[in-house]
Design a protein. Sequence first.
Length: 262
Amino acid sequence: MRKPVVIGNRKMHGTQAEARALAAGVRDGLKRKPPVSVVVCPPFTALPVVAQTIANSAIELGAQNCHWDPSGAHTGEIAIPMLAELGCRWVLVGHSERRKEMGETDEQINRKVQAVLSHALVPVLCVGETAEERRQGLTFTTVEGQLRAGLAGLTADGLAKVVLAYEPVWAIGTGVNATPAQAGEVHGYVRGLVSELSSKEVAQTVPILYGGSVKADNAESLMAEPEIDGALVGGASLKAPEFIAIVKKAAASSGAVREGRR
Ligand code: PGA
């Protein structure tokens, strides 16, 4: 049984004071530890203050990006040991906004995935097709290419430590989420590919999250899909009550798995 994962990707939002207030809101709303891994990824500048705020709570800290080298002449970049020092255990890798705006390549993304694993943090590899690719029937081709390249060189043991996020680009920040059926279809495909790249057993343990306009009112139907193991949440993670509501839906979906209803 896979434990659900809900990650708040705060993107480029929030001063330290705002980040502290938001993290405190989530912490106070989740006093009882849910059966869900809850991760918040604030901007780099807010990592220390958020780390302090969520200390000794059920919430874990993540970063939105990293460099693959442990140190070096990379102006403006942040190394994984710097993130680990602040208490980050999770790192988003290959978000479509970085692929598009920063020109991140699959090869760079693969180096990041490998580097995050080598520091014993959890890489959350993001993949997904554009609207045009979907229109042309290239959804599976795109996702397959991104996964094969992003996971290249990983052993089955390495793959077992990765979290994947399917985020169709057309659904991110648009308010138009993939339907549960659309997402479920791609998630099933992704799990099949992971099985091919590792083993059926490993593929059964890898959490595959959905991201793209997840909100409190669509989270339940998305997470009712058996292959959807949680959510990567952007806009809706900026308001504590909404994010907490999504975590609670994920917790309910995990109860449904336990009871054989999903
Ligand atoms: P969204 O973003 O929830 O605002 O669509 C999701 C993401 O980019 O991770």
